[in-house]
Design a binder for this molecule. Structure first.
Ligand code: AGP
Length: 615
């Protein structure tokens, strides 16, 4: 969603901020802006659409600038007020001396706006953010101290915010503040940064301080001071970022999504590294802080997540129940938070999130925490807000994922759940030794099998071409691959904007079959060796009888099925329980090639954001 970059230092301020915003643009946005301290003045630039427009605007007005010494930049994903130049950040107070950029939502903005209007503030935009500019300016006019003015003002805000403020009368100072929205300070040598996420600063420094809720950062090029809500200075740990700037390069691939799909074999190896290395040794999962007795007595697990991470949870239910016999409930975070749940102190609650910043999941996890449940977080961002709520934390080590459509984080989370399920099974003794060894052996082979798929994508590309003109799709599967059907359909929707729905194959005849004709292709995921192969084959026959075009995704070597299906996407053989790791890859590639063929903005699909930090 929105992104913030602030910089104070001797480099070219415009370039640093633009670069930082570029590294955040994968999060999704509709407009961009920048405020620059230039001599005695603060100059504001805003444009609609992609960052290139802001870059061009700054370039065309270059002669206005003498030598900016610090600045704040923002990319906006509209929540209050449509995407427009007037609603783009930075926002200014009535006299224009104070500028602010903001991520999050101010829930009491209407009341504040009324109060400030009565005081004579003139509002220009429809945003909630503009109240912050007027509020801080109003406080500043009273206390004449920008730090105090920010502190007093944010105490009046309800909701979520990460804000950066500059004032014309206070040269070369940027103040940042946060509550329920991420913000960090990057420490450089004779330069400092403020940002909403690490990719914004990684090219310049790896030294980072993460702000906690209610903390305020007072930043100049030579100093960083962090205070709490009462103004007391706080000594914070300086952390070193694990990412390399190279992670933000496409490395010759046309899109980040394709690069990230191709990284998956190594991602699986990374997840397994140190945890599953020998089929005779138990899984090493020191991240799980539950003692053996607690694990043995576990009666219920709840998995809470959104979107793609929710689909991982759906597969995890099958995997954990199959391996351990423990009952697993899976729920969308946005549903969990608005009902009376049965979560209690004996429940293991697992939050799954690529970004670790998804607002609904964070709220759900906080609610579960209040009920004293043990919180296990599975995330690709161990530096995230969600990770900080964890009693146990499994970082999935997929490396930074730039494409909005999640791929490698999905597979990394999935592998983490296999390890978790086996770990629990080993503690409980629910799996037979021989089965366990074979299972581990097969898991170790998974990267090679994914490599096999990636080494020849011709059939998938041809299939994409053949089916790219269809407006609707149905994906069907049963059992553990039902999650793949949901995820495959979601991938297609997200990046190609084609309407696609995943169904449990057995449900087809209870309604969806009514939609079937030659305009509605059906992709069947049918992996032999399990108990549902023949059933899905019959469901596919039923679709064929209604003239639907059929695609099979299967490891079956049976050439008879080639007559039933219009296209057969063959994948390597693997046990059904492990097959989601294999079947997800052609689904990702099919969505990718269809979107690419249709000329869509694959990495930054319209209306979507990488971190959904608002409810
Ligand atoms: C994935 O392709 C989507 N962009 C989206 O569904 C995403 O999975 C969802 O918003 C949850 O995000 P999270 O994993 O960061 O919590």
């Amino acid at each position: 969603m929105c992104g913030i970059v602030g910089y104070a230092g001797n480099r070219d301020v415009v370039s640093v901020i633009l670069k930082g915003l570029t590294n955040l643009e994968y999060r999704g946005y509709d407009s961009a802006g920048m405020a620059l301290r230039d001599g005695d003045d603060i100059k504001v630039y805003k444009t609609l659409g992609k960052l290139i427009n802001l870059k061009n605007e700054l370039e065309s007005r270059k002669s206005e600038l003498i030598q900016p010494t610090c600045g704040i930049g923002h990319i906006r994903w509209a929540t209050h007020g449509s995407p427009s130049i007037v609603n783009a950040h930075p926002h200014s107070c009535t006299c224009g001396k104070l500028v602010v950029v903001h991520n999050g939502i101010i829930e009491n903005y209407k009341e504040l706006r009324e109060e400030l209007t009565v005081k004579g503030c003139v509002f220009k935009s429809q945003t909630d953010t503009e109240v912050i500019a007027h509020l801080v300016a109003d406080e500043y006019s009273k206390v004449k101290d920008l730090e105090k003015a920010v502190r007093n003002s944010v105490s009046k805000l309800q909701g979520a915010y990460a804000v950066c403020v500059m004032h014309k009368n206070v040269p070369d100072l940027i103040i940042g503040a946060r509550k329920h929205a991420p913000m960090l300070v990057g420490i450089g040598d004779g330069e400092n940064f403020i940002a909403s996420d690490t990719p914004a600063i990684i090219e310049y420094t790896k030294k980072t301080i993460y702000l906690d809720d209610n903390e305020i950062a007072i930043v100049t090029k030579d100093s960083v001071k962090i205070t709490d809500a009462d103004g007391n200075e706080v000594v914070k740990k300086v952390e070193v970022l694990p990412w390399e700037p190279i992670a933000l390069s496409k490395l010759g691939y046309k899109h980040f999504m394709l690069k990230e799909i191709h990284e998956q074999p190594d991602v699986i190896r990374n997840v397994l590294n140190g945890k599953l290395y020998d089929i005779d040794a138990p899984i090493v999962l020191n991240e799980v802080k539950l003692d053996k007795d607690t694990i043995k007595n576990l009666k219920k697990i709840e998995i809470i997540a959104c979107g793609t991470s929710l689909h991982v949870g759906m597969a995890a239910k099958y995997i954990i129940e199959n391996f351990t016999g423990i009952s697993v409930e899976v729920e969308a975070s946005s549903e969990y938070i608005y009902r009376k749940t049965t979560t209690d102190a004996s429940t293991l609650v697992i939050g799954v999130s690529q970004s670790g910043e998804t607002a609904d999941t964070i709220t759900a996890i906080k609610q579960a925490k209040e009920k004293n449940a043990h919180i296990l977080i599975v995330t690709n961002r161990p530096d995230s807000n969600m990770a900080r709520l964890a009693d146990s934390l499994i970082p999935v080590n997929a490396g930074i994922e730039v494409s909005v459509a999640a791929t490698k984080s999905y597979i990394a989370q999935m592998i983490s759940f296999y390890l978790l399920a086996i770990h629990i099974a080993e503690v409980k003794g629910t799996l037979d030794d021989v089965y366990l060894k074979n299972l581990k052996h097969e898991i170790i082979q998974l990267p090679t099998k994914v490599e096999e798929i990636l080494s020849n994508t011709t059939t998938i590309q041809e299939c994409a071409k053949k089916f790219s003109s269809f407006k609707n799709f149905i994906y069907i599967a049963r059992g553990v691959n039902l999650a793949t059907a949901y995820e495959g359909a979601l991938k297609l929707k997200e990046i190609s904007y084609i309407n696609a729905t995943g169904y449990a194959a057995g449900e087809l005849k209870h309604g969806p079959i009514a939609m079937l004709d030659e305009t509605m292709p059906v992709l069947s995921i049918l992996m032999p060796g399990g108990i549902t192969y023949e059933k899905i084959l019959s469901n596919s026959e039923e679709a064929k009888a209604r003239n639907a075009k059929l695609i099979a995704l299967t490891s079956s070597k049976d050439t008879n099925i080639d007559a039933l299906f219009d296209v057969v996407l063959r994948v390597p053989q693997v046990s059904e329980i492990l097959s989601p790791v294999i079947t997800c890859v052609p689904c990702q590639l099919l969505a990718y090639y269809i979107a690419e063929f249709l000329g869509k903005d694959v990495d930054q699909p319209r209306n979507l954001a990488k971190s959904v930090t608002v409810e």
